[in-house]
Design a protein around this ligand. Structure first.
Ligand code: HEC
Length: 106
């Protein structure tokens, strides 16, 4: 009986832990291309890093940008952001653009 109680408690705490991250938050950050190329400036949670890239979440510039605009920023760079047009395939950049956009839909 004790063992069953333990299993129930474990299950409930796992359910509570997974409920804390909404699916929208994990799409971009779960993308290995993002983890490899973008986290050093935008942070592994995409919320920006001290003195580096801006947050990619709830970002007004991204809210008004189209996925095409974002594709161009990622491919051609912007300010201190390097260009990824020669490092990533157009498909990888498109996926990133859509995932970034998805985090900023009002
Ligand atoms: C060397 C640091 C660096 C890396 C690596 C980097 N970025 Fe950036 N990124 C920046 C900076 C700095 C800006 C702000 C540019 C500006 O406005 O001058 C920016 C801006 C952006 C923007 C536009 C948002 C805005 O507020 O202007 C997007 C979208 C973006 N980055 C996505 C990405 C993605 C996706 C990757 C990975 C492929 C990436 N970045 C890699 C530094 C970086």
């Amino acid at each position: 009986m004790r063992k069953l109680q333990f299993v129930v408690v474990l299950f409930l705490s796992l359910a509570a832990a997974s409920a804390q991250t909404s699916p929208a938050d994990v799409t971009l950050t779960a993308n290995p291309v993002f983890q490899k190329n973008c986290v050093r400036c935008h942070g592994d949670n995409a919320q920006g890093r001290f003195m580096h890239g801006p947050s990619l979440i709830s970002n007004k510039k991204i809210q008004i940008a189209t996925p095409d605009d974002l594709h161009n920023i990622i491919a051609n760079g912007k300010g201190h952001m390097p260009k990824f047009g020669s490092k990533l395939t157009p498909e990888e950049i498109d996926t990133l653009a859509h995932e970034v956009k998805a985090l900023n839909v009002k």
